[in-house]
Design a binder for this molecule. Sequence first.
Ligand SMILES: NC(=O)c1ccc[n+]([C@@H]2O[C@H](COP(=O)([O-])OP(=O)(O)OC[C@H]3O[C@@H](n4cnc5c(N)ncnc54)[C@H](OP(=O)(O)O)[C@@H]3O)[C@@H](O)[C@H]2O)c1
Length: 305
Amino acid sequence: MLGTRVLVTGANGLLGQALVRRLARADEMTVLATARDDALRPSIACDYRPMDVTAPDAVEHTFDEFEPDVVVNCAALSDVAACDTDRNRAWATNARAVKRLARHCNNTRARLVQVSTDFVFNGNRGPYDETARPDPVNYYGRTKLAAENHVREAGRDRWTIARTVLLYGTGTNLSRQNVVLWMINQLRQGEPLHVVTDQRRTPTYVPDLAEGLYRILDREATGIYHLSGPDPVSIYELAGAVADVFGLDPDLIHPVESDSFDDAVERPPHTGFSLDKARSELDYDPHGLRDGLRALRDALASQDP
Ligand SMILES: NC(=O)c1ccc[n+]([C@@H]2O[C@H](COP(=O)([O-])OP(=O)(O)OC[C@H]3O[C@@H](n4cnc5c(N)ncnc54)[C@H](OP(=O)(O)O)[C@@H]3O)[C@@H](O)[C@H]2O)c1
């Protein structure tokens, strides 16, 4: 087997699928996709083995057998509300498992690329660059910040933290819907959408993030990188763009404020990223929001039976 040996965790998630698809085109890389399931859900020509990142024996065997040069950790409990209600599982998956991966990487001199989130910030003054100080406002953000700290502590100079923002895209049998697919489904069914005006993000088309991660691997880039879409919008404005690009009824979209949801987990109001570092060091060039939504529309059309 040739080239850099890349171990991908969480390969059946939204990002994991897109990343494995991108890396499968890289002849210079030998990729092992891992996830909790018996098989890789999309049909991509790529080696696969089941691996639960919270299972120490499974992780150890995978490291022993595959001997990765680099690990990209896409596994996470990414549902913010679920993290708040099931804190043990959230900590085990998002923090403790990353500590173990970081230790294995350190012991074997493998590099570790940890995927993280804008939710490590409090959202008082976005968009954020890589030097901004984290200050999470909810449990999900705390678990992801703990993971970042584990990666830095164990990894000496061989770590990368790639933070991203509100992912949208499609995949095969995804276990979680993303916000854009949810908006499309609601509007297609003629259901009203109540969406907030007071949370701003830079939504990220998931193949762009996969391309950014490929560039991190290819250039052996270390340190922190912010990889998101380029356009800051409120969730309300995002819904308007979705309706426009997908030809759906904008009158179904109703603006609300975050405090109208009584039981909602606190979320950072104004995040989004500055992409200057990623643009200059990685030549990262993501789709603008409407172009990304058009690319998603084309991808969904090609999936339809
Ligand atoms: N989605 C967003 O908007 C967003 C925004 C910022 C950052 N991020 C970060 O981006 C990364 C990828 O997120 P995503 O959107 O691709 O999430 P996702 O679709 O939920 O994918 C995460 C994957 O991790 C898997 N997983 C969960 N527990 C696991 C375990 N114990 N062992 C192995 N795999 C496990 C899940 O498996 P199952 O399919 O079996 O549940 C799922 O396939 C995460 O680090 C997330 O924190 C996401």
